[in-house]
Structure formats: C-alpha cells, structure tokens
Design a protein around this ligand. Structure first.
Ligand code: SF4
Length: 675
C-alpha cells in the first residue's frame, strides 16, 4: 500500500487516475481517496492544501486514521521550483529528495534514497512562501517547495526513512512563477504517477510471493493464534520466536519435492497448528495446550536443524555505494575527495553531522521498501575520541591493559551473527577521515604504562579495516604507527584475503621487517559457515592465502576460531578446519625457515556469545536468520548455546588446536559467569 499526500487537487489528479482511487465520504477537513475494494494495487491519498501547517496536519490525519503497516510507503508528491544553478533541473524533471531543509534552515530530514525508481536525487528547501530568483536562490542548486519538510517530519513519526519518499517535479526555475492550469499540472505529474503505479504493482507481486511461502503462512497463523487467544506476553514471544526459528530453518533447508522425511516434518507442524487453532476457537488454548504446541514446533525444529545443509548461498547485496553522505566540514579533506572519486556515480548529500543520518529511528527494518533502498556510506570526522577498555565479551589474550579503538563504524562484510547489527541504529558504514587523531590518543596510553607493561589495542573490532584498505589505507597508517610505538601491541582482526596488508618486498631483515607489535588476527570458519553466514567475506582459501602471505612477509599472526557456531556436523567440520589452518601456517613458517611459534603468536578459541540486548535488537532487523533466531540460553545478560553444546564444541576445537601449539599459546574465552 502506498499513502500519498499532495498539496493540491490538481497534483493529486494524476495519482487518483493512475490508481483508480475513489473518494470516501467523511466529515473531515481533509479529503481521503482510496483504492476500490477489488483493486489489486492499493493506495490511499489525501489533499492537504498549501503550506507546511496543512502538510503536517494532513499527513498526521491520514496516518493516524489508517496507521501504516510495516510494508507501506508514505509519499509526498508535488511541484517545485528549481534554482537556476541546478542545470539538470529542467521543467518536467522528477527528483527524489535525499535531503529536505526546514524553512528556517535549522533542521534537515534525510529520507533514504531509492534505487528502484529512476528519479535523480536532489536537496529540497521547504519555504513558508513562494520562492523567487534572488542572489541566494540563484546559486543554491536547491529545489524549493512549501510542504516537503513538514510532510517528512510528520511521516517520520509513523515509518522509518526507508519508507518515506518526497518526490518533486520541476514546474519553474524561480522566474515568472505563475499559477498553472490544472491540465498543465496533470501533464507534468502524470509520468510520475504512472511510475508509482508500476512500483506498487511490483510490491504487490513481491508481497504475494512472500505470503505464499510455507514459512510466511505459518508466521501469519501464529500471529492469528496469539491475537485471538489469551496468552501471556512471554508465551506470545515464545510462540513468535519458535515459529520464526523453524520458518528460517526451512528457508535454509529447502527440501526437494519427494523428500519423505521433510513431508513428515511439515505434517507434524501442520498438525500442531491445527490443534492449536481448534483449541483457540473452542476457547481452551490453555497452558498445557500452549506448551504442547511449542514442544511440537521445537521438536520439528530440532529435526530440521540436523538436516540443514548448505544448498544455496543466500544472495548478498554487493552493489557499490550509490549515496555518499558527507559532513560539510570534511567535504574538502583529501580522503573525502579520494573516496568520492572512487564512487563517481554516487549522489553526494552534504550533512551537518553524521549522527543526523546514522541515528535516524526505525532504520533497517527490512521488507520490500528497505530492500530497494540505495546503499549509502557516511564520511565524517571523529570528535571526542575515546580509547575504550576491552569488553568482557572479548578475549584479552592475557593482557591486563586491553583496549579498543574505532576508525570506522560498521563493516563492508555482512556476517549474520555480527553484533554490530544490534549495536548501531544503522548498517551504513561511517568512515572517519582523521585516523591520525585516533592514533594520537592511542599513543597517549604509553605514558600510563608501567615500565614492564605493554598495552594491547584492538583497532578493528567495529569493522574489518583490511576490507576497507584499498579505499582508505588506514592499515598502512597503523603499521607505520606501530613501528614508532613498540610498547603498544595493535591487533587488526580480519576475514579478508589480506591482499592490502602492507608488505615490503625484498625487505632487509633488520629495518624493513614488519613491526612485531602489529598483529593480523585471521578469523577462520568452516566453508559451510562462510557460505551461509559470513556474506561478502573472503572464502576460506583466500583467507589462508592471506595468512600465508603475511607469515612469509615476516608478520607474527594470530589465528582465531571464534565464534564457534553450532552447525550440523559442526564438531567434525571445525576439527577439519583446525587441521587445514594450522597445517597451512606450519607450511608458511617452514617456507621461510622458521618455526610455528615464531610466526603464530597464539590461537584464540571462543563460543558464540552476544549481549541479550544486542540479540534482541538483531532479531528485529534480521528476521530470517536461523543463527539469530536460535533459542539461545540467556545468563547474566549474555546469550549462549546450551552448556552441553557449547562445551562439546569448545573442548573438541581446543583439543585439536593443542596438537599443533602448546597449551599456553591457546586462549579460550572464559565467561565471567560460571555455568
Ligand atoms: S567481519 Fe566482523 S565486523 Fe565485519 S560483519 Fe563480520 S563479524 Fe561484523
């Protein structure tokens, strides 16, 4: 469903025609038009009248009267003027507004840019009066209207930026501004109205395809059961989470048509649903029936889990960044220029502070409209830099002075289990162009160290810096810094192929060798885990080559089997992985005439663990991942696998690692909470 708010009846007319909307008889100030009951493609529209006040009132009226669902798009369509300096903004050109300034210029709204519509991106200034050509507007390069900001601000109370759209068609260039005839308005807006109709048709098809899948059908039945039955809030959560979990497992499992065991599992779940629905309609969906329903779902989930193998790799969006939000203060910084030059086709949207777009509420909730939002990157300057003490969730590798620092927020990779999804309000990477300032703060630690102490600083926790190296060159800066600060041990953790790590060819052993206090820590996972959950990361073979290359160049590396995931046949898969990784490291060491202990500092082993609040946030944004939906046990605000699963995996991997390196070189994450 698309909701439209237009200022004038003449602007609404092409949409009313394209969607075949009919007027509702209502005793309200704002008229409402709606799709006919038999219409396949659905829309609602109201006409606000001119100006900010009416735009916000009409938007709040429409969205309050008919609260938008999570898959609805809220749109303001209308005419606008364009600054003469904006050469592309010719009469009749349609734009989507990526930045909308308030009439007083003190605030801005940033609806997400969409890549499923062919409208160029522009910045819009909403004004309280008709704007004419003058010294300021002549060169501003902006569009001008009288409603966009107020509409977007009101809509933000009902939907996230992915589902708010302000679309403007240029009707004048701030000269000879006159009132257009209705037929002229119609002609200008008709192509845009048809485009929206096409868009709504696609959304309708995608919604139909989604609702026809077995898992969506089960989720809909679960929603009906809990809405009709009287169940406690915790039981409601358990029902939703278990049904979501088995649904995501089945998405991964994808049994073939003739799979008899799968048929039996489906039957068992169907039977459980029918029994629950009968009990609900008879008014006897009591505690014992609720528990029986959950047990049946859990038993089926366990059976499916054992059969879940990688049959398809989930597609992962690797489209280049097409929107760059750039803080005005760093627009001329050489690093900003370099990044912008790397994405020449991207729309650059100036912002005051990265938080204005990064902290927008209700981002990344998923669904059709979110899936079609453009990929965006933020370029900013890091202020108030802190070097944080390492979290108890992370391994300190025996260092009393353990810290982490942030150069980039968010990652180019997309691991399904990544805690960043539960930590930040947005998945957009934020690149800070001033790594030197962070390094200066790290250098400040030296003055606080005892003579025999060193500080261990992880610089790649909130991202994978190696993945960004081709674009940013931060690892190179860090390597140079490491040489000058031998008492700071710097760890760069990565799942990359390491092609960009700084290597001095033909290095003389004394001076040009890589600094011993710069540690590349490679995370390794079985191929099944990489394919299934670690989207966009380097494959196992590529990571092994990266590690080999680093060892041969003289780096002392860290090897990480962390986090260990509970997967079907996991123990064996991880043992084989340990053999492969450790033997590769041995060969690399041997190839330069060294021992393993000279090339591998230590091996880190850790189970999957995550803060319960972060997990809850991840479940809101990653609704189809069975690794996220797994029924973890929560202890002291930490979500973990059940004890027997966690220990069996941990012990097996640790024992296998111990066949290659001495115990004192193995660091196994130990929870502060004993189970
Ligand atoms: S590589 Fe690390 S930081 Fe990047 S998505 Fe994966 S887990 Fe998160």
């Amino acid at each position: 469903m698309i909701y439209f708010v237009c200022a004038l009846s003449a602007e609404a007319a092409p949409l009313i025609r394209a969607f075949d909307l009919e007027k509702r008889r209502m005793p309200y100030r704002y008229e409402v038009y709606e799709s006919r009951s038999e219409a396949k493609v659905r829309a609602r529209l109201t006409v606000s009248g001119i100006g900010s006040f009416h735009a916000s009132c009409a938007a709040a009226f429409l969205f309050g009267l008919y609260p938008p669902g999570p898959d609805d798009l809220l749109v303001n369509v209308g005419l606008c003027g364009a600054s003469p300096a904006f050469a592309e903004a010719q009469i009749g050109t349609t734009f989507q507004c990526g930045k909308i300034l308030a009439p007083d210029g003190r605030d801005s709204v940033y609806p997400a840019v969409r890549r499923d519509i062919p409208f160029r991106v522009a910045a819009l200034q909403t004004s309280d009066a008709i704007v004419k050509r003058n010294a300021e507007t002549e060169h501003s390069g902006l569009l001008y209207d009288m409603e966009g900001y107020s509409f977007a601000k009101a809509a933000a109370g009902f939907a996230g930026p992915d589902r708010i759209l302000v679309v403007k068609v240029v009707s004048d260039r701030l000269e000879d501004v006159r009132r257009l005839k209705p037929e002229e308005v119609y002609e200008l807006l008709a192509p845009t109205a048809l485009k929206f109709y096409e868009l709504a048709k696609q959304e309708d098809l995608s919604e139909k395809a989604r609702s026809q899948t077995r898992s969506e059908h089960w989720k809909a039945r679960a929603r009906k059961i809990v809405s009709e039955a009287r169940v406690s809030v915790s039981m409601k959560d358990r029902i939703f989470s278990r049904v979501a979990y088995i649904s995501s497992l089945l998405e991964a499992y994808r049994p073939s048509e003739g799979d008899l065991e799968a048929g039996a599992l489906y039957k068992a779940v169907e039977y459980a649903f029918s029994e629950a629905e009968e009990a609900v309609s008879a008014g006897r969906f009591v505690k014992s029936v609720q528990n029986r329903f959950l047990e049946a779902i859990e038993a089926a989930a366990e059976a499916v889990y054992e059969r879940t193998v990688v049959t398809t790799v989930r597609p992962s969006d690797s489209a280049p960044f097409s929107v760059l939000y750039v803080e005005e203060a760093v627009a001329d910084h050489p690093r900003t220029q370099k990044i912008c030059a790397h994405f020449p086709k991207a729309d650059v949207i100036p912002i005051r502070c990265y938080r204005d777009v990064f902290n927008r509420s209700r981002q990344e909730i998923g669904g059709f409209w979110h899936d079609h939002a453009a990929r965006a990157l933020v370029i900013a300057r890091q202020e108030n830099i802190h070097i944080y003490p390492g979290a108890p969730m992370c391994q300190d590798h025996g260092h009393r002075r353990f810290y982490y620092a942030s150069f980039v927020m968010n990652c180019l990779y997309d691991c399904e289990y990544c805690y960043l999804q539960g930590m930040y309000p947005s998945k957009m990477p934020v690149i800070f162009v001033n790594p030197e300032d962070v390094l200066e703060r790290i250098a400040g630690l030296e003055a606080t160290l005892e003579p025999s102490e060193e500080a261990y600083v992880s610089v790649s926790f909130d991202t994978d810096l190696c993945a960004f190296e081709g674009l940013l060159g931060f690892v190179d800066c860090i390597a140079k810094f490491a040489k000058e600060h031998p008492r700071i041990l710097l760890e760069v953790r990565t799942k990359s192929a390491g092609t960009a790590i700084p290597i001095v060819e033909n290095a003389s052993l004394s001076e040009d060798m890589p600094p011993k206090n710069l540690r590349f820590a490679w995370s390794f996972s079985p191929e099944m885990v990489i394919d299934r959950f670690e989207h966009r990361t380097a494959g196992l073979e590529a990571r092994l080559s990266g590690m080999t290359r680093a060892i041969r160049a003289g780096y002392v590396v860290r090897i990480c089997f962390d986090p260990l995931l509970h997967i079907p046949g996991g123990q064996e898969a991880y043992e084989l992985l340990v053999d492969r990784v450790m033997q590769t490291a041995q060969e690399a060491a041997r190839s330069i005439g060294r021992n393993m202990k000279d090339c591998v500092a230590d091996v880190s082993v850790g189970p999957f663990r995550i803060g319960s609040d972060q997990l809850a946030a991840m479940r809101r944004v990653r609704t189809d991942s069975y690794i996220v939906l797994y029924p973890y046990e929560i202890e002291e605000h930490t979500a973990r696998y059940p004890k027997e699963i966690e220990e069996a995996l941990l012990q097996a991997v640790r024992a296998r690692v111990a066949t290659y390196v001495p115990e004192e070189q193995i660091f196994c994450w130990d929870s502060p909470v004993k189970r």
